[in-house]
Design a protein around this ligand. Structure first.
Ligand SMILES: [Zn+2]
Length: 114
């Protein structure tokens, strides 16, 4: 299950960054070409965090569309299928502009209350 291993990786990074401090929210940016199913990702996140110190931590996913630049038309078009081609002329002389993102955008760590 792709989403579960992804969540484990996210959680590992968050855990290292938080260093024991409570985390309220994690924002991730995931490109279209990663073919991540948002529902599965949320489900995996819940499964992994339930009953842990991250049980109340919200996972917020920003979906980044796959955009290619076509050398022939000189336009940027958005892909909605996993084939790298221009949506205007269907040519393959394209360069990927976005869609491969897989990054943690921000981690909201609560201030320690003493
Ligand atoms: Zn084109």
């Amino acid at each position: 299950m792709h989403e579960l291993s992804l969540c484990q990786a996210i959680l590992g990074t968050v855990d290292a960054r938080a260093a024991g401090r409570p985390v309220r929210r994690v924002d991730v940016r995931i490109g279209h070409l990663r073919q991540v199913v948002p529902d599965s990702l949320q489900f995996s996140w819940q499964m992994l965090t339930e009953g842990t110190e991250y049980g109340d931590c919200e996972l917020v996913v920003e979906h980044v569309p796959a955009v290619v630049h076509c050398a022939a038309c000189d336009v940027d078009t958005t892909l909605d299928w996993p084939i790298l081609a221009c949506a205007a002329c269907e040519g393959f002389d394209v360069e990927l502009r976005s869609g491969e993102e897989l990054q943690i955008a921000s981690i909201d760590i609560a201030q320690e209350v003493r």
